[in-house]
Design a protein around this ligand. Sequence first.
Ligand code: MD6
Ligand code: FE
Length: 215
Amino acid sequence: MNFDLFANEPAQQCQELLQGAVLLRGFALSLENQLLQDINRVTTESPPRTMVTPGGLPMSVATTSCGDAGWVSDAYGYRYSKRDALSRANWPAMPRSFFNLAVSAAATAGYENFLPDSALINLYKVGAKMSLHQDKNEKDFSQPIVSVSLGLPAIFLLGGLRREDKTIRVPLTHGDVVVWGGAARLFFHGVLPIKSGVHPLLGEQRINLTFRKAL
Ligand code: MD6
Ligand code: FE
């Protein structure tokens, strides 16, 4: 008799969304408490702030970073910076829980040797969104990006290499992880406005962590 119902199942539900983009449903779920503790540690040291796009518009998400480099946007453009302009110090170190999660998610999705040096933390209040964009400020596009969703659900839009390309809609909930690389690495993507709701652990917000090899 086989008492382990999942003995012959893959360890994780691993779903290819588009070529190179893999969804790992619930991959971060068992780590939620450690992740929240570490998010609190990072945001206490480098508080989330509203960045301004190069065009002068305030973003609707609040952003901070940890690791060797942080993603920043201002009148001079989008880029990575080794310092937090608010604290004028280095960004907080990347928590071990973040690093280990990102590396194991990438490996599960087929990207061995991912070495993230930056984690971007985006806080979405109800109504906040992310317009369609490409992630192209990183040096090495052969390295994937790992994206972790926590808190309120979101609809993720994933398109192609041109802004006009048709997009698919991917519902993401607490604990879901998306890994992007290969053909999808430079695809346009965005997040629709967050619908109102209350998450049992995080309340009225969504937190997204994205891990990159930026430098
Ligand atoms: C978000 N994510 O999910 C925004 N970028 O809140 C991103 O912009 C993103 O999830 C590159 C790769 C994965 C992502
Ligand atoms: Fe992005």
